[in-house]
Design a protein around this ligand. Structure first.
Ligand code: SF4
Length: 213
């Protein structure tokens, strides 16, 4: 079921080249900063950090908290997010010898549990880091996924784990497909399957059951 949906999306969108970041650490920073905001704001925040040379665990920890808050202000919730960034960087320095890639030495379940134990890292953030920064094959669920699956007629999922389990059982794809499928879902929901859906011009209109609330 999901492979058919992905094939239609892939035929239209192709390779969306997710996640837009220069390093695995930058993916992690983006995953934390993108909570409750859009990507344009995250880009501005990351750009500020780059300009000031504050884009490594050490540099983030050596930066005064108020200065860090100022740099990430465009991403919103900057008090909370600055604290979360420092907690995340402390984790990398103290438990991963300064390199997020050392998390790959653990099994996917151990790595996920470690991330989820950090303040401010929920399932979507942890799974985004596992998939896009560390190349673990795990599906990232978000509000867009739940909305598209419900409207398209795949099913209604009332929580993250049920939706993710379903994808892991139903979707057959390589790591690349896991990355690109999530990207395609975000793209179609931002373009057509918005809160107020644009079914008349949607590229899925021929196939979708249009289960609208
Ligand atoms: S046809 Fe409508 S409900 Fe279905 S995916 Fe497109 S916008 Fe959403």
């Amino acid at each position: 079921m999901l492979n058919r949906l992905y094939n239609i999306l892939f035929a239209n969108y192709g390779d969306l080249n997710w996640w837009p970041a220069e390093t695995p650490f930058e993916v992690c920073i983006g995953a934390i900063l993108t909570q409750n905001t859009n990507w344009k704001n995250v880009e501005k925040a990351i750009n500020n950090m780059k300009i000031k040379g504050v884009l490594s665990p050490k540099e983030i920890l050596n930066t005064d908290l108020n200065v860090l808050k100022d740099l990430i202000k465009p991403a919103g919730f900057y008090n909370q997010k600055a604290e979360r960034l420092q907690i995340f960087c402390n984790f990398i320095m103290n438990q991963l010898n300064g390199d997020i890639l050392n998390l790959k030495k653990y099994s996917i379940h151990e790595a996920r549990d470690k991330l989820l134990s950090l303040k401010g890292v929920g399932k979507e953030t942890a799974d985004s880091i596992l998939l896009y920064a560390l190349d673990f094959k795990i599906f990232v669920v978000d509000a867009y996924t739940m909305r598209l699956f419900r409207r398209y007629g795949i099913g209604y999922f009332d929580n993250y784990d049920k939706c993710q389990d379903f994808v892991h059982k139903d979707f057959h794809g390589e790591l690349y497909d896991y990355k690109n499928f999530h990207a395609c879902i975000v793209e179609i929901c931002k373009t057509y399957c918005k809160k107020k859906p644009l079914c008349n011009i949607c590229l899925l209109k021929k196939y979708c059951k249009k289960v609208l609330e």
